[in-house]
Design a binder for this molecule. Structure first.
Ligand code: PRP
Ligand code: URA
Length: 209
């Protein structure tokens, strides 16, 4: 079974509390999602392979290390978009491919509406980004697509997970590392995470009216 990492760092908990608050406006919300993406990325890249290089410092030659692989960042539209920029700041040579799902409000099943993965040239390492892991349906479907594409090292990076979604994702894809900032209590009858932060897409894009 792959790792489930909950990064319980004070900075992350502080920023997550800002996101949860109903008083946080869309501008601040986007900014904080971006920062949290960056902080989670630090942890999620801990085991990525590096290769040695020679470096000339101003004083002498030495050995350094650089990341060995290029990384595909795959945000699930819409809400995953907000996590891209921060991670891209840390990994500027990453490439970004988009997958779009929305949840059918009655069945809670994910509906795919966009897939911009190129047919060829799969990346070995892919980070799937989505702030919310609720029933797990969207993440499971996205990972299935990315596995078929050919990526071998896939990680899911999210902000808040419900126990139901974590369980479902680990059952469906036991080989995928999951990185979250928090595990919340449960889902409500409409599939929203409690206590959660509401609708992550609506709150980022100001469409929560
Ligand atoms: C939200 C969220 C996830 C999904 C999680 O997307 O961003 O993609 O729900 O729920 P699940 O684990 O039950 O599949 P939503 O369908 O609200 O679309 P949006 O991002 O466009 O608002
Ligand atoms: N999607 C969200 O944006 N929020 C939830 O609580 C559940 C799914």
């Amino acid at each position: 079974m792959a790792d489930l990492t909950i990064t319980n760092h004070p900075l992350i908990q502080h920023k997550l509390s800002i996101l949860r608050s109903v008083d946080t406006n869309a501008t601040v919300f986007r900014h904080v999602v971006n920062e949290l993406g960056m902080l989670l990325c630090y942890e999620a890249t801990r085991d990525l392979p590096v290769r040695p290089i020679d470096v000339d410092t101003p004083l002498m030659k030495t050995k350094g290390q650089i990341m060995r692989e290029h990384i595909a960042l795959i945000p699930i539209l819409r809400a995953g978009l907000g996590m891209v920029e921060g991670i891209w700041t840390l990994i500027p040579n990453a490439h970004v491919f988009h997958i779009g799902f929305y949840r059918n409000e009655e069945t809670l099943q994910p509906v795919e509406y966009y897939n911009k993965l190129p047919h060829q040239h799969p990346f070995n390492t892919a980070f799937i980004l989505d702030p919310m892991l609720a029933t797990g349906g969207s993440a499971i479907a996205a990972i299935t697509i990315v596995k078929k594409w050919g990526a071998r090292r896939i990680k899911f990076l999210g902000l808040i997970g419900a126990p139901e979604g974590i369980h479902a994702l680990r059952e469906a894809h036991p080989d995928i590392d999951i990185h979250l900032a928090a595990v919340d209590d449960r889902l409500n009858e409409r599939g929203y995470i409690l206590p959660g932060l509401g609708d992550a897409g609506d709150r980022q894009f100001g469409t929560d009216f």
